[in-house]
Design a protein around this ligand. Structure first.
Ligand code: SF4
Ligand code: SF4
Length: 114
């Protein structure tokens, strides 16, 4: 179970093509297992991931931090910035923004066993 404070805006899943392209810079052999149409992952239904428990590593903040040996608190913070920026760029309702003050106490959380 991840402690990343995802607000479930769905923005990253609606821009999955961008995420895959970026991740391929780290792992050129990575193949995203699902169809992406107009940037939207085909596993996003009603703004929810229908394969959540078997989503690829690209969609798992904690696993990425673990794989690339990135300090988890820093990585959460960087991902929150990226999420909020993506929401701004896609005119997502302000109620989905993530505020770091809410997760300061989570910064020493160890990587969970997803
Ligand atoms: S963009 Fe961030 S907050 Fe929105 S669904 Fe993706 S991980 Fe969650
Ligand atoms: S697999 Fe799930 S979490 Fe990953 S992009 Fe698709 S809908 Fe989003």
């Amino acid at each position: 179970m991840s402690n990343f404070p995802c607000s479930a805006c769905g923005c990253c899943c609606k821009n999955a093509d961008v995420a895959v392209e970026r991740y391929k810079l780290l792992d050129p052999d990575f193949i995203f297992p699902y169809k992406i149409e107009d940037g939207v992952c085909s596993k996003l239904k009603d703004n929810k991931c229908i394969v959540y428990n078997r989503r690829p590593i690209l969609c798992k903040v904690d696993r990425l931090a673990e794989k690339y040996n990135i300090e988890l608190g820093w990585f959460y913070s960087a991902n929150i910035d990226a999420c909020n920026k993506m929401m701004d760029d896609n005119n997502i309702d302000l109620k989905f923004r993530i505020y770091k003050l809410n997760i300061v106490s989570n910064f020493d959380i160890r990587i969970s066993n997803l």
